[in-house]
Design a protein. Structure first.
Length: 142
């Protein structure tokens, strides 16, 4: 029987917490970019634009902030009205500092992490197989 490492949990919540701490420790204001159309996202509908919402998650802007392995949860005021907010970690597209734009677009979940699992085949694209591929990028729009 071959020695196979156990499947690992998602690295996204760990990256999210680390970047939140880094941004906060540097006196900046952490914001998250959220895919508001993802299942489980609970944000006030009027804050959503083109299926996305940017949320300020600084300690001074929210109450009861929780960054666990499943979701980002907090209560915040929108237009003077308090709302509970729930964002599954899988719906967080990026975290960055408002003042500088420094941060990270969170990587999509990798395929299976257990060696016996079938890998997901990549999308086939016609053209030069040796051509460099562009990854996702984050663009700041003011």
């Amino acid at each position: 029987m071959p020695d196979t490492p156990p499947a690992m949990t998602s690295h996204r919540p760990y990256l999210l917490r680390a970047l939140y701490e880094w941004i906060s420790d540097n006196g900046m204001t952490p914001h998250i970019l959220v895919d508001a159309q993802s299942p489980g996202v609970r944000v006030p509908a009027h804050t959503v634009k083109e299926g996305r919402v940017v949320l300020n998650i600084a300690d001074r802007a929210v109450a009861k902030l929780e960054l666990d392995n499943e979701a980002v949860r907090f209560t915040a005021r929108f237009g003077g009205v308090s709302h509970p907010v729930v964002v599954p970690v899988s719906a967080v597209l990026a975290i960055y500092a408002r003042e500088t734009g420094q941060g990270m677009a969170l990587p999509e979940e990798a395929g299976p992490t257990h060696p016996d699992d079938e890998p997901t085949p990549p999308d086939e694209t016609p053209g030069d197989d040796n051509a460099p591929r562009r990854g996702a990028h984050l663009r700041v729009i003011k």
